[in-house]
Design a protein around this ligand. Structure first.
Ligand code: SAH
Length: 352
């Protein structure tokens, strides 16, 4: 199914065949600059508006909207044309507004502590489904009592971006070229899909790379992040080194602190060593609660102590401010289908 934000400019030109040439500019700037739907593009003749609305429906139907952090965090649950659902989060900060987008319905990576991983994989999102999340969030941000411009995009919602890398990359290019968000303000977060990282290293746009590390030895990481069995740490670090060499952009390591699991002194030492050698920045995220994972997050005092220890070991580390916790919009809490069984996390075999 093709939705409004799927077609490239060339594809829209085909659709507008027979219309005056300037219609393409009107439509493209309507979609990507004014960010309105064809039906509201009054510069276009009425019959054409109707034809476009019919041919290019929106991909995302709102199923729920939740607001938290005094209105500074908004989460949407969207229904897609085939009944799949995904979530998008908009976060306002004093100096920026960030949209956290999903790249897949569900996720096949099966990280046990992540709600999306617990629910399993449904399908890849299309370019249009990814781009439209940004447009819809930007519309809402701009419409508020204090209008805000979306400045940053993080590919940290549901799904593994580098398991859908072709479409994600086309969405990145569209967001950059047509929605006007600079590459330095785009961050792709990955569980560590090595071929995907190498692919990004050879693209021209220098986006930020975030790697969800969580463990810096293979034994523990095999368990926490099952894809590590396919792409072990040595390969992952080598791919990160290539990315750094190609792009000279600082990589970040995400580390969800799990009480008694990856918050020991040995973890700090392994992590600091890896971060130092790759000049990576460490983002500590106290583990957020999810239905299918019994272990708690590290308590705040020990989160701070872990950070201090990393700094003492010569690494660069900060604790990520938590957003949207009470509406299950925080890292690892996105799961579109709230009815998913919470008793036994489904462990999936390694994706092929
Ligand atoms: N699949 C990609 C994109 C998801 S980003 C990736 O793994 O990077 C979501 C981030 O939240 C990742 O860093 C993920 O490891 C982290 N996360 C997952 N579950 C979490 C939880 N329960 N608490 C805190 N962070 C979590």
């Amino acid at each position: 199914m093709t939705s409004l934000y799927d077609p490239t400019r060339a594809e829209l030109a085909t659709l507008l065949d027979g219309e005056p040439r300037y219609r393409l500019d009107q439509l493209w700037s309507g979609l990507y600059e004014q960010r309105v739907e064809p039906a509201e593009l009054t510069t276009l003749p009425k019959a054409l508006r109707a034809r476009l609305a019919e041919a290019l429906p929106l991909a995302l139907t709102p199923a729920a909207e939740s607001v938290s952090d005094d209105g500074q965090t908004v989460k949407w649950l969207w229904r897609l044309h085939d009944g799949a659902s995904i979530e998008t989060v908009l976060m306002h900060y004093p100096d920026r507004s960030t949209v956290c987008v999903s790249t897949q319905a569900g996720c096949a990576m099966a990280c046990g502590f992540c709600a999306t991983g617990q629910a399993g994989f449904e399908r890849n999102l299309s370019v249009g489904e990814i781009v439209e999340q940004v447009v819809r969030a930007a519309q809402v941000a701009a419409a508020g009592p204090t209008p805000r411009r979306v400045s940053n995009i993080v590919f940290m919602g549901m799904g593994e971006p580098l398991a859908n890398v072709e479409r994600v990359w086309r969405a990145v290019e569209r967001i950059h070229a047509d929605l006007g968000i600079s590459a330095r303000h785009l961050t792709i977060s990955t569980v560590g899909i090595v071929p995907g990282i190498r692919r990004l290293a050879h693209e021209s746009l220098p986006v930020n790379l975030a790697v969800s590390l969580h463990a810096a030895n293979d034994t523990l990481r095999d368990e926490l992040v099952p894809i590590n069995r396919r792409y072990p740490l040595a390969d992952l670090y080598a791919a990160c080194a290539d990315y750094l060499a190609e792009k000279n952009r600082r990589i970040s390591f995400e580390w969800a602190l799990i009480d008694g699991v990856n918050d020991n002194d040995s973890d700090a030492r392994e992590l600091a060593a890896a971060a130092r050698s790759l000049r990576a920045h460490i983002n500590l995220i106290p583990l957020n609660a999810t239905p299918g994972w019994p272990t708690q997050g590290t308590p705040p005092e020990r989160v701070a102590a872990f950070r201090d220890r990393l700094v003492e070991l010569g690494a660069n580390a900060t604790v990520r401010a938590n957003r949207g916790n009470e509406i299950d919009a925080a890292c690892g809490q996105l799961r579109a289908n709230q009815e998913v069984s919470v008793s036994a996390p489904r462990r999936r075999p390694l994706p092929h």
